[in-house]
Design a binder for this molecule. Sequence first.
Ligand SMILES: [Ca+2]
Ligand SMILES: [Ca+2]
Ligand SMILES: [Ca+2]
Length: 251
Amino acid sequence: MQTANTSANAATITVNSNSPGGTGTGDAILGAGNVGGTLTVNTYGGNILWGAFVDTLLGNNPVNGAAPGVLRAQNYAFTTTAPTGAIGTETSPIQTDALSNTATATLTARDGGIYFTDWGASDLTVLSATATGAGNVQLIAANAGGSDLKVVNATTATGNIFLAADDSLLIGDGVGGVIGGDAFSGTITLLGNRDGGNEQTVTMNAGSLVKPATTPRPPSQFSSPRPTTMSPTRHSRASCSAISPQVLAEK
Ligand SMILES: [Ca+2]
Ligand SMILES: [Ca+2]
Ligand SMILES: [Ca+2]
C-alpha cells in the first residue's frame, strides 16, 4: 500500500460492516506500506492484525533491534468494535514508523487489547488508545535515535497499560490527558530512555493524570478532590504506589 496523498482520507481500509445485518468477523491484516496522510482502518466485527511474524527476542526487538518492515503514515486511525477486537497482538504488535513529529494515532479496540510499536526517529503522539475488559494497552517507541513517544489518553478496564519509549516518554498534551482513570483497575508501567543513553525522562505534561487504580487515597495527600487541580508533582507521587517497581527504578 502506497500513496503520496497527504489528506485525512489518504487511505481507508474497511472490513465487515456495521450496517443492519452486517455481522462479518473478518480481520484486516496489515503489512509494510507508506501513506502520506491518514490511514484509517475500521474492521467492525474483526481484528486489526500485523501480517508478518515478529520475533521480539531476536532482531525485531523494540529495545535494541530493528523492524524488518513497517507501515508508514502521517496519522493512524484504527478501530475495531468486535467484543474481542484487538489491534495487534502481544506476539505480533502493529509495526509502524510515523512520517513526522506531528504524526498521531487514535486507537480503539475492545477486549483483545492494543499492541502498537512505532519505529524510527519521528515522534508519534497517541491521542487515545482505548481497550476494554482484560485487554492490555501496550504502546512502544522502539529503537532509534531520538525515538520519543507522547501518549495523551490511554485506558482499559482490568487489563494493564504499558507505555515505553526508547528515549523520552511524555504523558498528556499540556492541557489534559489521562492514563488509566476511574474505571481502570489494572497496572500502569511507564518506561523512558530504554536505550540507556542521553538521560531522557518520563515527563508528565501540565494537566495530565496517571491514575492507576481505584485504591482509596489518604485525604491528607490531596487538597482537592478534583484531579485536574493537582500539580503534576502530586500526580506522580500519588501514582507511584500502584505503578510497578520497574517504573520507580526508571525515574
Ligand atoms: Ca517513531
Ligand atoms: Ca534512542
Ligand atoms: Ca536515550
